[in-house]
Design a protein around this ligand. Structure first.
Ligand SMILES: Cc1ncc(C[n+]2csc(CCOP(=O)(O)OP(=O)(O)O)c2C)c(N)n1
Ligand SMILES: [Mg+2]
Length: 458
């Protein structure tokens, strides 16, 4: 009798992550104590307790990890050469160049928009320096109509989807080319229904719970059930918010096809990731929700592309959440409101620019195929710099939406009393000071109709 129980108890009937690389091992790194021993010494009852597949044991053993350390998937080495035994994605020359050009477009935009913020031409900006591979690789691994709920450092997804420079500039300046926000959001709080990109909300991790709802809605929409997922981007800092956990829990239980993509860039503003969590990064949290999880080298664009493609497939096949943690490094300051050298050494940043540099690795990969050289590099950088500058200059000439748009689209249905009151107040002030006070007159000149949409009786 005892012998016949051994196979039954030696392995849970179904481990939550049978398909993933994560092994169920104890903190000491060994497998759970021998079930056979446990059976022999205790096993007072047969089977399992309710609500668990857990085998009995007599070992008093605590654990705090599920595989330590969790490995990081990569296919290119730190220089950009393919790793032995790595399976590269099938890439033709045009597609590989498209990846690289979009990666290079990010710093071209970042350099210009960071500088014009410093000149007071836009109010705020956040760069993607160092995270080009994570964001472009992820964008490329998705379908363009997957519903993206981003944090704020994922402008590259919109670029990949063809949002265009005029729309980026329009949003950052707040002119009429900001179709979705109409100039009412802070810069980089992008959104575009046409590009399936939900408007950024700075309130960290709210999108994680929203994504579970969006994923559920997709599952309940017959024409999208088989082909679309929701994608939630967060930073590792945002993963400390309750909403992150609520989102993962919801998407694993409702369940809903949501790909949670966490950019672990080492910082939440000034707090280094070493002070943000005690466990093994963010990936270790996935198994707690029974969620298939992978950690990927976020500076290896090909690895990110492969991992996201595979994660997306899993989301669709299983109809539930999948977690991807992309390890990278935030080379830039957190935002234009931050000076990161107040809390990290310049030398650290300089080192990180060299080690595993995502742009240099992809460039080397292209060169090794004979698809790229120094002349192509110089031509690309010159073209991007000029495109970005021209787009910004063009954007400066475009008027802002009429100022009265400030009060539209806030709520659906009938306009509430508080908005009516606020519009009346602004109208009163504009009538009184709009033309007689120089700073206001100059500011109003930037808006289509110069405020007359409010001040002139219609
Ligand atoms: C709920 C909430 N708390 C705090 C903040 C302030 N805040 C803005 S960004 C940020 C750091 C987020 O770090 P991370 O998620 O790692 O993203 P990263 O900036 O590194 O890309 C914090 C604390 C906020 N926006 N929302
Ligand atoms: Mg971060």
């Amino acid at each position: 009798m005892r012998l016949s129980l051994v196979p039954l108890l030696s392995r849970p009937r179904r481990l939550p992550n049978e398909h993933s690389f994560i092994r169920y091992i104890s903190s000491s790194g060994s497998r759970p104590s021998s079930p056979a021993l446990g059976v022999a010494r205790s096993a007072p009852t047969l089977g399992h307790l309710p609500n668990t597949q857990s085998p009995f044991t007599v070992e008093l053993e605590f654990f705090n990890s599920v595989g330590r350390p969790i490995p990081t998937y990569r296919v290119l080495d730190g220089l950009g050469d393919p790793l032995e035994n790595a399976t590269l994605p099938e890439l033709d020359e045009n597609y590989a160049k498209k990846l690289y050009e979009h990666m290079q477009l990010l710093p071209a935009l970042d350099n210009l928009l960071y500088n014009v913020q410093r000149q007071g031409k836009i109010s705020f900006y956040m760069t993607s320096h160092g995270e080009e591979a994570a964001v472009i690789g992820a964008a490329a691994g998705l379908q363009d109509d997957d519903e993206v709920l981003s944090q704020y450092r994922e402008m590259g997804v919109l670029l990949w989807r063809g949002f265009g420079l005029d729309a980026i500039m329009g949003q950052c300046i707040g002119n009429e080319n900001d179709k979705s926000g109409k100039g009412r959001q802070m810069p980089v709080h992008l959104g575009s229904p046409a590009h399936h990109f939900h408007t950024v909300s700075s309130t960290l991790a709210t999108q994680a719970a929203h994504a579970a709802g969006v994923g559920f809605a997709l599952r309940r929409t017959p024409e999208r059930r088989e082909r679309s997922i929701a994608v939630c981007f967060t930073g590792e800092g945002a993963a400390s918010e309750g909403d992150f956990h609520a989102g993962l829990q919801l998407a694993s239980t409702i369940p809903a096809p949501v790909l949670y993509f966490v950019r672990n860039n080492g910082f939440a503003i000034s707090t280094p990731s070493t002070e943000q969590y005690h466990g093994d990064g963010i990936a270790s949290r996935g198994p707690g929700y029974g969620t298939d999880t992978i950690r990927v080298d976020g500076n290896d664009v090909l690895a990110v592309l492969i991992a996201v493609r595979a994660a997306r497939k899993r989301c669709l096949e299983q109809g539930r959440a999948v977690l991807v943690e992309a390890m990278t490094y935030r080379v830039g300051h957190h935002s234009t409101s931050d000076d990161s050298f107040a809390y990290r050494a310049r030398a650290e940043v300089e080192d990180r620019k060299r080690i595993d540099n995502p742009l240099a690795r992809m460039r080397r990969f292209l060169e090794s195929r004979g698809w790229w050289d120094a002349a192509a590099e110089a031509a690309l950088k010159a073209r991007l710099k000029s495109d970005v500058l021209t787009a910004f200059k063009r954007a400066e000439m475009v008027p802002r939406h009429p100022i009265g748009e400030l009060f539209t689209d806030v709520y659906g249905g009938e306009e509430p009393w508080n908005l009516r009151e606020q519009r009346a107040e602004l109208t009163r002030l504009l009538k009184k000071y709009g033309q007689m006070w120089e700073p206001w007159r100059k500011e109003l000149d930037k808006f289509r109709e110069q405020g007359r949409d409010l001040t002139e009786d219609k």
